[in-house]
Design a protein around this ligand. Structure first.
Ligand code: PLP
Length: 398
């Protein structure tokens, strides 16, 4: 047999987001495609990591992470999320929440297990499930408010369903799951005996409603694998520090797989994050909400004005907008049209749907400095004129 990549590799594709970032770079455009926070890293976090390096905290750590960060995370989980957890046995520090989800899937899912994924989904969730040979089944949320019903859950469950994935607040829809919706999921998960994976990386980015951790609902603690991290909150996407909170029954297997793939999260950066959690005041987190609310309103106001009607997100920092006015028969073509006409890069909606559901959508990210976002909005406001010009060129004179 000739040499080839694995069947697994053949099933994975380059992220659309990366493709768009490359196109944007070519024309020196403004990249609203990628979720990269350009906002500064808090000094407590930066200094904490620097001091840790100087103090010699540069070696491998326990797979579960260093004691100061496990303690700091457990304390934060009690204060912010309302979850009591033992820092020794129920907190695992990972290489980002991406590493947390991958290790959790390896530890808890068997090949062929079905996992319910709300759609539009975050591509890494889908690709991680595919990589571990789990089978995603899709529950499509109804735009523009991204709703679903308890009956929708029953329609997608089968005897092979092993888990359901929640992302609240969600990328790309900005949905913040309500208590009522989480109660439906809790009831459903208990009746069908499912694991609940919940990715809460945007927990501090909430503009309407309240962040609720599914593990706090009655009966949910032992079946819920809560995943989050500090990439977004502390603007340290390149540091790779995240965590899993779960019942001790699952924690050891999850830590084992994290050890196998990543060994540990970067040691001094674990300490930087721990110091940030311990030292930053409550007001720091409230400021994030205010700062990003301003960015959301600036972008959504502009999109509304130019006819790319946004679905205004309640949380996270992405906007899905209706791309009807852009030329192109697919969302990829529409997003290329926008890049060509305005120099603003977005992600095609098809990246978040398994079927054709995203073909009329494009996603904007507003995790940018105010200066960059204002420039992007200035460029976007030129769209109606640019489209008008093309229209008149295309219309034959009589
Ligand atoms: N989860 C969601 C929903 C995301 O949107 C992202 C990044 O865009 C991540 C996880 C990545 O988090 P981390 O940097 O902790 O791996």
């Amino acid at each position: 047999m000739p040499l080839s990549t694995s069947r697994r590799a053949a099933r994975t594709v380059q992220s659309e987001i990366r493709v768009m970032s490359i196109e944007c770079e070519k024309i020196k455009g403004i990249n609203l495609a990628q979720g990269v926070c350009d906002t500064p890293v808090p000094e407590e976090v930066r200094e904490g990591a620097r001091r840790a390096m100087e103090r010699g905290i540069n070696s491998y750590t326990r797979a579960e992470g260093l004691a100061p960060i496990r303690g700091a995370v457990a304390d934060k989980m009690r204060r912010f999320n309302g979850i009591e957890c033992d820092p020794e046995t129920e907190v695992i520090i990972h290489s980002g929440s991406t590493g947390a989800f991958y290790a959790s899937c390896l530890a808890l899912l068997n090949p062929g297990d079905e996992v319910i994924l709300f759609e539009p989904y975050y591509g890494y969730h889908l690709n991680t499930l595919t990589a571990v040979e789990a089978v995603p089944t899709y529950l499509t949320l109804r735009a523009p408010d991204w709703s679903f019903s308890p009956e929708d859950l029953e329609r997608v469950v089968t005897p092979r369903t092993r888990a359901i994935m929640i992302n609240t607040p969600a990328n790309p829809s900005g949905k913040v799951f309500t208590r009522e919706e989480l109660e439906w999921i809790a009831d459903f998960a208990q009746r069908h005996d499912l694991f609940v994976f919940t990715d809460e990386i945007y927990e501090y980015f909430v503009y309407e409603g309240k962040h609720i951790s599914p593990a706090t609902l009655p009966g949910m603690r032992k079946r819920t694998i809560t995943i989050s991290g500090y990439s977004k909150t502390f603007s340290i996407t390149g540091w790779r520090v995240g965590y899993t909170i779960c019942d001790r029954k699952w924690a050891q297997a999850i830590a084992y797989f994290h050890d196998l793939i990543y060994v540990c999260a970067p040691a001094p950066l674990q300490i930087g994050v721990a110091e940030g959690i311990c030292k930053l005041p409550e007001s720091f987190y409230q400021e994030i909400g205010k700062e990003y609310l301003h960015k959301r309103d600036l972008l959504c106001g502009t999109l509304q004005e130019i006819g790319l009607t946004p679905s205004v997100p309640k949380g996270a920092y992405y906007v899905l907008a209706n791309a009807t006015i852009l030329s192109g028969s697919t969302s990829k073509e529409k997003s290329m049209t926008l890049l060509r006409e305005t120099g603003v890069a977005t992600v095609a909606g098809s990246a978040f749907y398994h079927g054709a559901g995203g073909e009329n959508l494009i996603r904007f990210c507003f995790a940018k400095t105010d200066k960059e976002l204002e420039e992007a909005c200035r460029r976007l406001r030129k769209l109606p004129a640019a489209l008008g010009e093309r229209q008149s060129l295309a219309t034959p004179r009589v």
